[in-house]
Design a protein around this ligand. Structure first.
Ligand code: NAP
Length: 320
């Protein structure tokens, strides 16, 4: 049995793993996709104290190596349920043979999408957040065929082409700047006049002569047979529709949590984030939460890492 199962190997989860290992306990991180989470796609990090400049990939690999060299394990499985050992019969499940005779009220079983069951004395939910989708017709069908949620991953496929970025936050502005390196023209489609992204990013975008702003507008349609050929925008004020020929649409309209599977052990707020106290305790003793997936004001790399430390120390104190 593991001391602490950490669901998610992003900055919060891996920071938690480092602290669990250094507290003399064993941590297993379950990761559904990529180590590093969302930050792995960020080209430049300039706001992590003590590191003047690095890339998201380099930062993620550093975290991964630090955690695993301390003895943490990372297993590529998607966690789909947390149950107490009392709810699941450990009989006939070989991987749970070592919990026989233990107090089932003090053990959690984490089930994965592939059907694995793993036991732990404490669990930290560090699932981060996933890219928000527009929810318009053909969006899902055109993913990988012009529709993307990651400019740094897919930008190079659009060399010399016209593309659009949707959103008005730092991600959208940085994506647009990044895409100007490859693309002929970049449209920034944003639903308001004002931008949520930092003035420094907005100034940099305004200096580019191959960026056109399409403001007060939303993307309402996608055209193209086998791949994206144009986006249809709607002006919020005039209701006018405009067809913009592009072969790429980079959707950067923020993130949303993916915690619905854990609503049985943790209280979720209206938007699906996990409610917790200052020590990252959820409503269930032994279940903790760290990083972007919890209710909070500021979601940054630094706050994810600090949550990881707090949740890990709380989990280790709980185990005793
Ligand atoms: P964000 O700051 O939440 O911005 C999302 C943008 O998408 C907003 O402009 C929002 O419009 C728009 N939007 C939301 N839902 C929409 C919808 N359904 N249709 C159309 N537009 C929609 O998200 P983000 O840019 O991904 O950034 C997330 C966090 O990471 C932020 O704290 C950000 O500062 C941080 N970040 C930091 C860096 C950096 O420091 N280098 C880089 C990237 C991200 P409204 O403004 O009208 O709400």
């Amino acid at each position: 049995m593991t001391d602490v199962i950490i669901i998610g190997a992003g900055p919060a989860g891996l920071s938690a793993a480092i602290y669990v290992q250094r507290a003399g306990k064993h941590a297993v991180c379950l990761e559904a996709l990529t180590v590093g989470g969302q930050i792995v796609n960020t080209p430049e990090i300039e706001n992590y104290p003590g590191i003047k400049k690095t890339s998201g990939f380099e930062f993620s690999m550093g975290l991964y190596e630090q955690a695993t060299e301390l003895g943490a394990e990372v297993i590529y499985e998607k966690a789909v349920r947390i149950a107490s050992a009392g709810e699941i019969s450990a009989e006939n499940i070989p991987e749970l043979s070592d919990i026989q005779g233990e107090d089932p009220g003090k053990i959690f079983i984490v089930e994965t999408e592939s059907g694995k069951k793993m036991a732990a004395r404490a669990v930290i939910i560090a699932t981060g957040a996933k890219n928000r989708h527009l929810g318009i017709d053909r969006e899902e069908e055109l993913i990988g065929k012009g529709v993307s949620y990651c400019a740094t991953c897919d930008g190079a496929f659009f060399k010399g082409k016209d593309v659009a970025v949707n959103g008005g936050g730092n991600t959208a502005l940085e994506d647009a700047l990044f895409l100007t390196n490859y693309c002929n023209k970049v449209y920034i489609i944003h639903r308001r006049e004002g931008f949520r992204g930092e003035p420094k990013n907005l100034e940099a975008v305004k200096k580019k002569d191959n960026i056109e702003f399409v403001l007060n507008s939303t993307v309402v349609g996608l055209k193209g047979e086998k791949s994206l050929e144009a986006v249809i925008t709607k002006d919020k004020n005039t209701e006018e529709l405009r067809e913009i020929p592009v072969s790429g649409l980079f959707i950067a309209i923020g993130q949303e949590p993916d915690n619905a599977a854990f609503g049985n052990v943790a209280e979720l707020d209206g938007a699906g984030y996990v409610n917790a106290d200052e020590s990252c305790n959820t409503k269930t003793p032994g279940i903790f939460v760290a990083g972007d997936c919890r209710t909070k004001q500021v979601r940054q790399l630094t706050t994810a890492a600090s949550d990881g430390a707090v949740a890990a120390l709380a989990a280790c104190a709980y185990i005793g």
